[in-house]
Design a protein around this ligand. Structure first.
Ligand code: 5RP
Length: 212
């Protein structure tokens, strides 16, 4: 399967986020992410309103949850998200509860890799039943993508994870990941801040078509 494209709506108001979607992005994109910044500003209503406008899209609630999975997971998944993120530093008990809550709704969790993690720990998450992972370069550190990332992503794919890649990604980065079984690429600023966000998605798609 070819990688999907996800737009990260890290806007600080729902009004601004919806402006991005209605410009054409909402129709062209595969996955809509209610970004961490948007959820901080607007809460779960951001998810329910996006769901009501885009009933057939995959929607991610990027809350980067750390605890209280019993409450947090139903809060976002029952608002209309298909996927929700949990930070890799969360306790295994949080991962287990989150996975149970998501699976019982026919939905999934995604583990966000920030800070320390290793493959042994990743295998434990996979054993708990969570098979989505987000390989992330933090916005604050803004590192370049390189060989070390490709090696890590490859090892996560080999465990069986569906790997999503994010952090300052634009269409020129796509070729670095050529041939890897990437689940999705997330574009945040590269799409939202582009002069023509829909055209930027088409540029992502053209690059994906070249390499997969
Ligand atoms: C920040 C995020 C962003 O949504 C993600 O990194 C994509 O944004 P950008 O492409 O602007 O880096 O999760 O915590």
């Amino acid at each position: 399967m070819k990688p999907l494209i996800q737009v990260a709506l890290d806007n600080t108001s729902l009004e601004d986020a919806l402006k991005v979607l209605v410009k054409g992005v909402g129709d062209e994109i595969d996955i809509i992410e209610a970004g961490t910044l948007l959820l901080a500003a607007e809460g779960k209503r951001a998810v329910s309103i996006i769901r009501s406008l885009y009933p057939n899209k995959i929607i991610v609630a990027d809350f980067k949850m750390a605890d209280a999975a019993n409450v947090m997971v139903p809060m976002f998944l029952d608002s209309g998200a298909d996927l929700m993120t949990v930070i890799c530093a969360a306790d295994p008990a949080t991962m287990r509860i989150a996975n149970e809550k998501a699976r019982s709704r026919g939905k999934n969790m995604q583990i966000e890799l920030y800070g320390p993690w290793d493959l042994e720990r990743a295998k434990v998450w996979y054993g708990l039943g969570i098979d989505h992972i987000i390989y992330h370069h933090s916005r604050d550190e803004a590192k370049e993508w390189g060989e070390k990332d490709i090696k890590s992503i490859k090892s996560l794919c080999e465990v069986g994870f569906k790997v999503t890649v994010t952090g300052g990604i634009n269409p020129d980065h796509i070729k670095l990941f050529a041939g890897l079984p990437i689940y999705a690429f997330i574009g945040g600023r590269s799409i939202r801040e582009s002069e023509d966000p829909t055209k930027e998605i088409l540029r992502f798609k053209a690059e994906i078509d070249k390499y997969w």
